[in-house]
Design a protein around this ligand. Structure first.
Ligand code: UDP
Length: 242
């Protein structure tokens, strides 16, 4: 479908789900949702529903896969077959899921003090239960909370959020229709504690000025999500004390 066939911003400047251009989707977190994982967390971001579980640090089998000076981080991003409208989503790992597992692992590795756990593995499972755009970012955000819930020492929490261009305008936190029908999508993962970007991808075309505007907006979104992560962790520990 061409750009002109789908109207993504109305005459009042609002998006298909009623948001302003710089507005995030509503976000809620639950921490410690699984009994059998060492750490877990759940996120709802708009219509996206994603759960993350962390196991480890634990022994590596076979042992030759272990590293003498640090823990090995393994990550599996998976979309449940019922998470998307098209029934063609195979339960087997797709090329996209393999790519996302890799980029999420690479974004999370620098935040973990892996050197504290030589010869072990830390496993992160991200299960997308319902997808509506931006699942790599929401998956990263919730995985960093699951790592914290597992008590694994972290340099900080990673928050991730995309910005992009729809109907010629730079907008924050694209949903599925904006991702598919818009002109560009720029997912960013950011760790405020180190002031570092840990993931930066781009799909579509932006001018240099649009790119600057989009990355600044995505970083602003990451900072807002980070505040929500901190609040959710704090509430979790207050409720455990009570
Ligand atoms: N999607 C889908 N079927 C698939 C893969 C993705 O319907 O097999 C949808 C889903 O809503 C996802 C969106 O397309 O969130 C955007 O996918 P993309 O690959 O850009 O990754 P994401 O934005 O989720 O990180």
């Amino acid at each position: 479908m061409t750009e002109s066939e789908v109207r993504l911003i109305d005459e009042k400047g609002l998006r298909v789900d009623g948001r302003r251009p710089d507005e995030l989707r509503p976000i809620t977190f639950k921490i410690g949702v699984l009994e059998n994982a060492n750490g877990s967390a759940y996120i709802e971001q708009g219509k996206c529903k994603i759960i993350a579980a962390v196991y480890g640090p634990h022994e590596v089998h076979p042992r030759h896969l272990s590293m003498p000076h640090r823990a090995v981080l393994r990550c599996r991003y998976h979309m449940a077959p019922f998470s998307v409208p098209d029934r063609r989503k195979s339960p087997a790992p797709t090329r996209r899921e393999i790519e996302l597992s890799k980029v999420i692992r690479e974004a999370l590795e620098p935040i973990i003090f892996t050197e504290l756990y030589p010869r072990t593995a830390i496993d992160i499972f991200i299960e997308v239960l319902q997808a509506d755009g931006g699942t790599r970012c929401a998956g990263l955000t919730v995985a960093s909370l699951a790592l914290a819930d597992a008590g694994i020492p972290l340099r900080g929490l990673v928050a991730a959020c995309a910005a992009g261009k729809v109907d010629g305008k730079i907008v924050l936190d694209l949903n599925d229709v904006e991702d598919k029908e818009g002109e560009a999508d720029l997912p960013v993962a950011y760790i405020p504690a180190l002031n570092k970007i840990l993931l930066l991808q781009m799909d579509g075309i932006l001018s240099a000025n649009e790119f600057k505007e989009a990355i600044n907006l995505a970083l602003e979104g990451c900072k807002r999500i980070h505040s929500l992560q901190v609040e959710a962790l704090r509430n979790r520990y207050i409720s455990m004390e009570g």
